[in-house]
Design a protein around this ligand. Structure first.
Ligand SMILES: Nc1nc(=O)c2c([nH]1)NC[C@@H]1CN(c3ccc(C(=O)N[C@@H](CCC(=O)O)C(=O)O)cc3)C=[N+]21
Length: 291
């Protein structure tokens, strides 16, 4: 048996086409969805992602503003920029590219973003609403993973999902979303003893470790669905995931490649969240009440 390749690029394309149609409709009502991306410091990897986000916005007819600042930007200056964006009616989504320089408190910054514009889904209010299953902007990578599973007819209900990684932006929320779809969820992390004993039980394995090609066929159960959230460089500098893709293909039933798996979905979900935010704005009056 050879695994079916989960084509994140193709699925993200479909989602973007649907977003584009909704953007056109919104524009005909006089509203152009606007995303503000804030980038502090000159991290070249970050710049690549940011450029990708901007390109996608433009392709979908959305406004995209890049606010670039030097590494030396103070926390107070960043907070005041966020305040300005919170109050800008042309901006529906605010994304502060992470990681931030060490002298800036990430938590303070995320907290300062208006939850109505929190298209990353990182604000504690968004996280809380997601946890209790209420309407919220869902974090883009976990949401993208759920969309991929859905697209390929993979129902998490009753399955054992094993998540490796417990970051606030990927590991923790993807486990929650899988739980909401009735999976039995196990979290593994750097302190987990005998990792393979857990991963071998997984019907759905989500790898968000940050180590190139760490997961191989000895870690997985025959027929498992493998979701690779890794973004690493191999020895030759090529982009690769946390999963040794070639090694697991004969064992897994489905697998996401890197690139072309989860990454493009992250961008598509960001576009959808930004559009959603703009649509929300249209259905609210000046007091913020939904009409
Ligand atoms: N506030 C914030 N929000 C984020 O969503 C966020 C962030 N900070 N910091 C950095 C990470 C990383 N991230 C990616 C998005 C798309 C691809 C992506 O499109 N990857 C392509 C390949 C891109 C390439 O070739 O380099 C793929 O996997 O096929 C990758 C990584 C969003 N992040």
């Amino acid at each position: 048996m050879t695994a079916t390749i989960i084509d994140g690029k193709a699925v993200s394309q479909k989602i973007k086409e649907q977003v584009k149609v909704r953007v056109e409709k919104l524009k005909s009502q006089g509203v152009t969805p606007g995303l503000a991306v804030v980038l502090v410091g000159d991290n070249s990897a970050s710049l690549t992602y940011v450029k990708n986000k901007q390109r996608t916005c433009e392709a979908l007819g959305m406004r995209s503003d890049l606010h670039e600042f030097p590494e030396s930007l103070s926390e107070a200056e960043l907070l005041s920029k966020i305040d300005e964006l919170n109050n800008d009616p042309g901006i529906h989504g605010i994304l502060v590219q992470l990681p931030l320089p060490k002298h800036i408190d990430e938590f303070k910054v995320i907290n300062a973003i208006s939850p109505t514009k929190d298209v990353d889904g990182f604000h504690p209010i968004s996280v809380g609403n997601m946890m209790i299953g209420k309407e919220a902007f869902l974090p883009c990578t976990p949401h993208g993973i759920m969309k991929l599973l859905e697209h390929y007819g993979i129902d998490p209900a009753g399955k054992h999902a094993v998540v490796i990684g417990r970051s606030n932006i990927v590991g923790k929320p993807v486990g929650q979303l899988l739980l909401q779809k009735d999976a039995t969820v196990t979290y593994c992390h750097s302190k987990t003893k005998d990792l393979p004993s857990f991963t071998r039980q997984a019907d759905i394995l989500v790898a968000a470790i940050g180590r190139a090609k760490f997961i191989d066929h000895t870690h997985i159960k025959p027929g498992a669905v493998i979701i690779d959230v890794g973004m690493n460089r191999d020895e030759s500098g090529k982009l690769c995931g946390d999963v040794d893709y070639a090694d697991i293909l004969e064992t897994a039933s489905f697998a996401t490649p890197v690139p072309g798996g989860v990454g493009p979905m992250t961008i598509a979900m960001l576009m959808e969240n930004t559009l959603q935010s703009a649509e929300n704005g249209l259905s609210k009056d000046k007091t913020g009440q939904t009409m």
